[in-house]
Write a protein that binds this ligand. Structure first.
Ligand code: FAD
Length: 367
């Protein structure tokens, strides 16, 4: 949370408040400690929320603007599309934290300080667990509810509600799915990963699925969780391939199909189909196998906020000035970052939008 203190000179009149002892704890662990900071292919279609607003944000501070800013400050991310297409990873996350430490040298920092409440009476009074801080302007960038062990709290939403904002339903996202009884066979495959397509809410998502002790996870499922609204979704376990092309000759099913053996064995058990020669399959049995191309199921739920990389939903962006991020309910109060109702897919999209919002807001405050 950034506050602009009363009666001090530019730069020195900015202060930063964070509950953690060090800045950037989420950055530190992001992208496997290599911070997946943006994506070459980013468009507004990678986000949930007001897409027109996202389009505007990406135009006003694009991925090229972000890369130029990072390069200028000594951070040189490189494309590494191993997990998700177009992803930029840093050499290490620490590079990004060092950059922020350097560019905020003149900012007074209140670390180990938790904001408890915000009042307004002629100017802002920020109530923390150790002191009262007064400010002319307040920027709230306190994130969502995910990963409370890294400092997350509900403070942005509490303050927004207090000053009359509406909150679009908050839910864990970029998170694995728990499964219902019919899919308990997923759990027997914990640790196995395979490329799939998922079909969720009119989206086809491509990527790697990881079977887990609680159900399923992996990049493709994390992005699917962003779009999933309770109910059915489907998986194509043979992406870009036709089942029929493997059903010739005398091989048994588990040898004929280009899938992990343990996976196909568990799948066959789940559909009560014997692992027999593909030449002996009846039409009914072929229909069962066709489920591999369109396996419909309803997840039971998800792994929750402790595992979710982000929180979807948030402060209604209709109540925020789109050029400055100032609240339309209270002058001089600003909201940026994950606390707003804009959430990106897995692949660097969430840092990109947090940077776009932060930069646009900062330009406005600098005027
Ligand atoms: C494990 C993990 C990995 C991720 N990896 C990636 C990735 O590689 N690429 C990507 O694009 N996104 C990634 N994300 C998502 C990304 O980290 C967030 O979307 C992004 O950090 C949001 O930025 P923010 O500034 O809005 O909030 P945050 O980065 O969450 O920062 C909020 C800050 O506010 C502080 N705070 C909260 N409440 C209070 C309070 N009451 N008082 C004082 N301080 C408070 C917190 O301590 C925190 O420092 C990842 C998330 C997680 C959890």
């Amino acid at each position: 949370m950034l506050a602009s203190n009363l009666d001090k000179k530019k730069y020195k009149n900015i202060c930063l408040i964070d509950t953690n002892a060090k800045i950037g704890s989420k950055i530190k662990v992001s992208g496997g400690a290599k911070c997946n900071i943006t994506n070459e292919l980013v468009t507004s279609n990678n986000y949930l929320g007001d897409r027109e607003f996202v389009k505007e944000l990406l135009k006003n501070f694009s991925k090229d603007d972000l890369l130029a800013f990072l390069n200028k400050n000594g951070v040189t991310p490189k494309i590494n599309p191993k997990i998700v297409k177009g992803t930029y990873f840093c050499n290490t996350s620490q590079d990004v934290i060092d950059m922020f430490t350097k560019i905020t040298t003149h900012v007074k920092k209140y670390l180990n300080t938790t904001v408890l409440d915000l009042d307004f009476d002629k100017h802002f009074k920020i109530k923390t667990d150790s002191k009262l801080i007064e400010a002319k302007k307040v920027v709230i960038a306190s994130g969502g509810l995910s990963y409370s062990m890294l400092g997350a709290s509900s403070i942005a939403f509490d303050i927004a509600k207090k000053f009359g904002h509406s909150i679009i339903k908050l839910e864990p996202a970029l998170v694995g799915f728990t499964v219902q009884k019919e899919q308990f066979w997923f759990k027997n495959l914990a640790g196995i990963s395979m490329p799939v397509f998922t079909f969720v809410d009119d989206k086809r998502i491509e990527g790697s699925l990881l079977f887990a002790h609680k159900g399923c996870s992996g990049p493709v499922i994390l992005t699917s969780s962003l779009y999933w609204k309770k109910g059915k979704m489907a998986i194509d376990f043979l992406p870009k391939q036709k089942l029929e092309s493997f059903l010739h000759g005398n091989k048994i099913i588990s040898s004929a199909l280009p899938l992990p053996k343990r996976f196909i064995q568990e799948f066959l058990l789940s559909v009560e189909l014997e692992d027999k020669s593909v030449s002996k399959l009846t039409n009914d049995e072929k229909t069962k196998l066709l489920l591999l191309k369109n396996y419909e199921f309803s997840p039971a739920g998800n792994f929750g906020y402790t595992k979710a990389e982000v929180t979807k939903g948030g402060i209604n962006t209709d109540e925020i000035n789109h050029s400055s991020f100032e609240s339309l309910k209270l002058k001089d109060l600003y909201f940026i970052g994950e606390c707003l109702d804009i959430t990106g897919e897995l692949g660097g999209f969430n840092f990109q939008i947090a940077f776009s919002e932060g930069m646009i807001c900062a330009r406005e405050l600098n005027k």
